[in-house]
Design a protein around this ligand. Structure first.
Ligand SMILES: Cc1cc2nc3c(=O)[nH]c(=O)nc-3n(C[C@H](O)[C@H](O)[C@H](O)COP(=O)(O)O)c2cc1C
Length: 235
């Protein structure tokens, strides 16, 4: 199967059957996923397999983080969870966000390879993902952070619904036209875009409005996460 076909066919499986790949089956896929672009080859990531009772320990850590009296059953939704860890390396050249991008790339590629190998996968997180209790349960170091878990299992008979197809025309644009008055052009200036027809201008305006809303939502979520992490910091 070509990479294009594999990517087009991949989809997340929120429900999976109890079968799971063995460690031996996982190893070549992990090695291949590690081939993602990696600035300065820092390898700023690692993975943790959670099987059997490990998932119950994670359930207890989630309960500790959320203040629930009984362990969370969420980790029991698949018999294999792969925790994705960003392991930040000291570098004057490669900031943390670039290192997190590498770890995220590994998770995406591994999901794709598992899917292509016939396994059902879904990447999950939760408000508790970066809490101290959950970090402790995974044995994370001070320079490590979780990016969530790949839940892996067998693909059940019923295929999950597919996401709306990506409108490539809407997301692939050109830089805004250069301005001659010395002022920096605004990040989104759809009305002045070079060679835009009326329809394209309207579409670009709508996309800019949507992007603004998304950015606002993201800012709010980041603020909430910072607050949560501050509250979770061991004193
Ligand atoms: C970092 C990250 C975290 C995610 N966390 C969750 C989650 O906690 N729960 C969930 O239902 N989907 C989560 N998703 C989305 C699913 O993994 C999946 O992409 C989504 O359901 C769309 O399905 P598709 O991949 O088939 O298009 C997350 C995705 C990413 C990349």
């Amino acid at each position: 199967m070509s990479a294009l076909d594999a990517v087009r066919r991949r989809q997340s499986w929120s429900k999976v059957t109890p079968e799971a790949p063995t460690r031996e089956e996982l190893l070549p896929l992990v090695a291949a996923a590690g081939r993602v672009a990696d600035h300065s080859s820092l390898r700023p990531w690692r993975l943790i397999e959670l099987r059997g009772e490990d998932r119950e320990r994670l359930g207890s850590a989630i309960a500790e983080a959320t203040g629930d009296s009984s362990p969370s059953s969420k980790p029991l939704r698949a018999s294999l969870l792969i925790a994705v860890v960003a392991s930040y390396r000291h570098s004057d050249k490669v900031p943390r966000w670039e290192q997190e991008a590498v770890a995220s790339g590994v998770a995406h590629v591994l999901s794709l390879l598992l899917d292509e190998a016939g396994w059902g996968v879904i990447w999950r997180t939760g408000g508790y993902t970066r809490t101290a209790a959950v970090a402790r349960a995974h044995g994370l170091g001070p320079d490590e952070e979780l990016l969530g878990w790949l839940y892996v299992g067998g693909k059940p008979g019923k295929t999950p619904g597919r996401r709306t197809p990506v409108d490539a025309e809407a997301v692939l644009s050109r830089m805004p036209a250069a301005r001659t008055d010395g002022d920096a052009a605004p990040a989104q200036d759809p009305g002045k875009a070079e060679g835009c027809g009326k329809k394209a201008k309207k579409k670009a305006k709508k996309a800019a409005k949507k992007a603004k809303k998304r950015a606002e939502k993201r800012r709010k979520a980041e603020k909430a996460e910072r607050r949560l992490r501050k509250a979770e910091k061991p004193s």
